[in-house]
Design a protein around this ligand. Structure first.
Ligand SMILES: NC(=O)c1ccc[n+]([C@@H]2O[C@H](COP(=O)([O-])OP(=O)(O)OC[C@H]3O[C@@H](n4cnc5c(N)ncnc54)[C@H](OP(=O)(O)O)[C@@H]3O)[C@@H](O)[C@H]2O)c1
Length: 350
């Protein structure tokens, strides 16, 4: 009988801490034997990895909301996998799971590791594997709780979201429309702006690469900005601060324009606008809401099912593409949720 069990596990490890944009020399590619199923644990084959801007932060030394990836460690990454061996009562071979798989082809979890890292079965009836990394995954949860809990939009509010065609942004804008808001996106390039307006139903979109963001905000937000969902920070944050409505809420979700800085982070210059408009700016971290993920997943899956919400994934093929693919986030080359497909699975784009 032919032994078809996998033998090698290709991995990307953090070789050194990047200065600025990561380079190929910051990574070490290794190949190890596939680990056995841990006693009482589970062995997962990686199908697809979520490439996230946060990964750039995890490469840095220093205090954050999560420990940095250690030098020599397999790079941390969330993903979707298929259980190929299990001694764990909650998982069976063939189950599709979501968890912190790392940039590698196979990941082994003891029962304790599975619990601590939140390894969970996913219900493929709710969405495709791509959607499980997007709307139904971490970016969708970020959009849902960031917008609804922190942004607290009211019917008729003007909601502005940057990174509008990206993973978080696409769901923020569509959710705000569903909640009865006027939605203005900010994105880089005509194609992304056309997509969020024509396909996703945003009311307007500002192409920040085309020039005058301030004038465009004035045109599209004549009564000011009630909620700004900030994914990018930097100059765009300052332009929106200059256009706030009274009692505006700014959701500080991310600041991708600053992640590769080699100089100190650029803070908001126009922050006194918060005072003038009795506004608030509040940070959020998606992992604070894990207890409520099931409720958010059920609601968002309902919107996908009834067609009120769409999703777009940008799938790069092959684990070997990892270093180049990750950097697409920082040039804006990704159009939609950036996914790295590691193994074939018919349900990926579904
Ligand atoms: N707080 C949390 O818990 C949490 C969780 C998830 C994500 N986030 C944050 O949410 C943000 C979006 O993440 P995502 O996964 O949805 O990524 P994404 O939007 O799918 O991809 C990143 C996008 O950022 C834009 N970008 C890159 N450099 C930029 C710059 N210098 N100025 C303006 N825009 C720039 C690009 O779009 P354009 O082509 O439009 O420039 C790029 O496509 C990130 O800041 C991320 O760190 C936070």
């Amino acid at each position: 009988m032919t032994d078809t069990s996998p033998r090698s596990n290709r991995q990307f490890r953090l070789a050194r801490r990047p200065v600025g944009v990561p380079t190929p020399a910051d990574w070490q590619e290794t190949t190890e034997p596939v680990p056995p199923v841990p006693a009482g644990g589970v062995l997962v084959q990686t199908l697809a990895l979520s490439l996230d801007p946060a990964m750039r932060g995890w490469m840095n030394e220093g205090k954050s909301y999560i420990a940095p990836v250690a030098l020599g460690e397999v790079m941390r990454a969330g993903g979707i996998g298929r259980v190929i061996g299990s001694e764990h009562p909650d998982f069976a071979a063939g189950d599709r799971v979501t968890g912190v798989l790392g940039v590698q082809e196979y990941a082994a979890f003891t029962a304790a590791q599975a619990r601590q890292t939140g390894l969970a079965r996913i219900d493929m009836r709710l969405g495709s594997l791509g959607q499980w990394l997007n709307v139904l995954g971490m970016p969708g949860m970020t959009a849902y709780f960031g917008l609804l809990d922190v942004g607290q939009p009211r019917t008729g509010d003007t909601v502005v979201v940057s990174g509008a065609a990206g993973a978080v942004g696409q769901t923020v804008g569509q959710l705000a429309k569903i909640k009865g808001c006027r939605v203005v996106g900010i994105a880089g390039g005509r194609a992304k702006c056309d997509w969020v307006v024509n396909e996703l139903g945003f009311d307007a979109c500002i192409d920040y690469k085309a020039g005058n963001v301030r004038a465009a905000l004035k045109e599209h937000c004549p009564r000011g900005v009630d909620v700004y969902f900030d994914n990018v920070g930097g100059d765009i944050l300052d332009e929106v601060l200059a256009r706030l409505a009274m009692h505006a809420r700014i959701v500080l979700c991310g600041a991708i324009s600053q992640y590769n800085n080699t100089t100190p982070v650029q803070g908001p210059r126009n922050y006194l606008s918060l005072l003038v408009h009795r506004a608030r700016m509040q940070g959020m971290v998606v992992f604070d809401y894990t207890d409520r993920f099931p409720q958010a997943i059920a609601e968002l899956a309902g919107y996908l099912r009834d067609g009120r919400m769409k999703s777009r994934e940008d799938v790069v093929q092959g684990i070997g593409q990892f270093p180049e693919a990750l950097n697409r986030l920082f040039t804006g080359a990704n159009f939609g949720k950036l996914v790295l497909q590691v193994a074939r699975d018919d349900a990926l784009t579904g």
